[in-house]
Design a protein around this ligand. Structure first.
Ligand code: B12
Length: 230
């Protein structure tokens, strides 16, 4: 029996709680195949994609974050965890996107700001927005003011979203907003901001339109902005 077969049997034999626990451990250990497989098993058992995302993947990543903070895990390990998370997200993405409406709810340009390479949360928000029917233009990581401005010119979005995970890159969101203000764009283009170190107070201080605490809430708030939340 191959290792893969052995893993299949073990994961499939676990009950739901054990499997979720195992997936969190596998995420911690950066095991892409196992996390993908666990995700698929839960989906096959009828789990809602949002529940798989939150209970297994996001919770697993939260635990990784704690040990990274405490110096137990280091960048290479966290990168592997992030990669494993993408394995599960790849399976959930089409399901979350398909749950949205067919006609576009609106256009949403999103990016992680300059100096910052964290993209898991931003990509989750993008996924949930697609699920809510938005056409999402994802600018990726390390996005400069000029790149945001160019995307606004090219795509004429209804909303713009910025993500930052570092206290050192958060202020750059304010730089982008100031530039939009200077060009008279801000009054017509709502700016949403998010990322673990942010809060409502910071969003207010930099004159952002909306602060999104998590992906599900952010998609709901975006729909509210578009006036299509009924
Ligand atoms: C994974 C990770 C990494 C990975 C990133 C991989 C990737 N592809 O993203 C790697 C290993 C590369 C990394 C690197 C670094 N990291 Co890091 N990283 C993390 C970690 C563990 C998890 C982040 C994550 O993905 N969370 C899960 C997602 C789902 O949550 P989220 O991002 O908050 O997103 C949700 C909401 O915030 C919101 N949201 C997010 N974006 C947006 C955008 C909009 C528009 C809206 C509306 C909502 C929204 O919705 C999301 C979904 O629910 C965090 C710890 C933590 N707990 O946050 C540290 C953390 C952010 N990293 C940290 C640090 C210090 C670094 C490094 C500087 C380390 C180093 N010495 O090199 C580098 C930075 C490199 C750079 N220039 O960016 C610190 C930041 C500390 C600080 N005060 O600034 C943290 C907090 C760890 C810690 N406790 O010390 N990191």
């Amino acid at each position: 029996m191959s290792d893969q077969d052995q893993d299949d049997i073990i994961l499939k034999d676990l009950d739901d709680n054990e499997l979720v626990q195992q997936m969190q451990d596998d995420l911690y250990d950066g095991m892409f195949e196992e996390v993908s497989e666990g995700t698929q098993i839960l989906l096959d058992r009828g789990w809602d994609a949002n529940m798989v995302l939150n209970d297994a993947l996001v919770e697993g990543m939260r635990i990784v974050g704690i040990d990274f903070r405490d110096g137990i895990l280091f960048v290479p390990e966290v990168l592997q965890s992030a990669n494993a998370m993408k394995g599960g997200m790849g399976l959930l993405r089409p399901i979350l996107a398909a749950s949205g409406t067919k006609s576009s709810t609106g256009k949403y340009v999103i990016g992680t700001v300059k100096g910052d390479i964290h993209d898991i949360g931003k990509n989750l928000v993008a996924m949930m927005l697609e699920g809510a029917g938005f056409e999402v233009i994802n600018l990726g990581i390390n996005t400069s003011v000029d790149e945001f401005l160019e995307a606004i010119d090219t795509h004429e979005p209804d909303i713009i979203g910025m993500s930052a995970l570092l206290t050192t890159t958060m202020p750059y969101m304010g730089v982008v907003i100031e530039e939009l203000e200077k060009r008279n764009i801000l009054k017509e283009l709502p700016v949403m901001v998010g990322g673990a170190p942010l809060n409502q107070e910071f969003a207010d201080a930099i004159n952002a339109h909306t602060y999104g605490r998590d992906a599900a809430m952010s998609a709901e708030l975006a729909k509210v902005i578009m006036g299509k939340n009924r």
